[in-house]
Design a protein around this ligand. Sequence first.
Ligand SMILES: *Cc1c(COP(=O)(O)O)cnc(C)c1O
Length: 373
Amino acid sequence: MDIPYFRYDFLYKEFKTDIDEALQNVLDKGAFILQQELRDFEKAIADFTGAKHVIGVGNGTDSLILMMKACGIQPGDEVIMSSHTFIATATAAGWLGAIPVLVDCGDDHLMDVNKVEAAITSKTKVIMPTQLNGRICEMDKLQEIADKHGLIILEDAAQGLGSKYLGRCAGTWGKAGSISLYPAKVLGCFGDGGMVLTNDDKIAHDIFCMRDHGRDPKTNQVCMWGINTRLDNLQAAVLLAKFKYYRETMQRRREIAQRYCERLSKIPEITLPPAPNDADTRHYDVYQNFEIEAENRDDLRNYLEMNGIGTLIQWGGRALHQITELKDSMHFDISSLQRTELLFKRCLMLPMNTSVSDNEVNYICEKIEAFYK
Ligand SMILES: *Cc1c(COP(=O)(O)O)cnc(C)c1O
């Protein structure tokens, strides 16, 4: 068997007919920048998530930066985030001169909300949880903390489109949320893409302007400093075509997760993420990734590789506080990051996407069983 970690060519194959038609239509019209397909896509995501406004931008890092900028983040402000997140979460703060303050993760690999209060100082402005692996943090508890201390919550929901907590979608819990449309994301385009979700009219207006050279979409006149980070219309057309099948996509990922959980739960050396049918019914997870913890992780990874199975260690194997080249620009207390330290010796992601068949999942599980025997 040959099961790569991700099959990029499948992104087109999966929905070829729909995508061909969508691209042909846009090309025939010559509609490339800020056109109907972008507006339709933004509307579709707003309807689906319940967000009042959705603003498509060039990628999921620009969406983080613009939402922080629109919320008035200033140099020297502190932004609390999990150390187990992509560099882009910290970049968004760093790019505005703000300081990432790193907290530990919990057993579900997401920000440990019980450790947030200890990280708050007089300079803290934002709590920025990452809705990691397609799962949402305990946002009700986090909101209580934010309210108590007068802080705002901004979500890095890059990995979370369609995931829910207490019935509410990722990206709609905070003052604003950012989602990535990178090809390997649950909803991915054929290049870079991202979007901001918000219910706040002022934040939405500012981001609509900032993404397009600071021009007000109503008057087309410059009203503030902006940059050029528009989600382009061809990508929006591709996304719209794929989004028709999004419920099936989420469902298939949950089936794969369920299958992994059933087969691997008997192996004591493996710790699994919460299963789709987990007793904690507050969460609806979309499994952007299936991140396990494994004893002898590196040997397991090599063994799977020898058997044709691709795996990945998130962020190239380093949590934010382990990026020595940048760690002087971030605040953290290593003794408070013990769960993350342990996790990065053990974490491993198994193939998780709609190209993976039941047979392939069975084969992967068989090989993991064989390794520990
Ligand atoms: C993918 C991702 C981003 C943004 O990525 P882009 O490649 O800029 O779209 C940000 N944060 C997290 C947690 C991500 O996984």
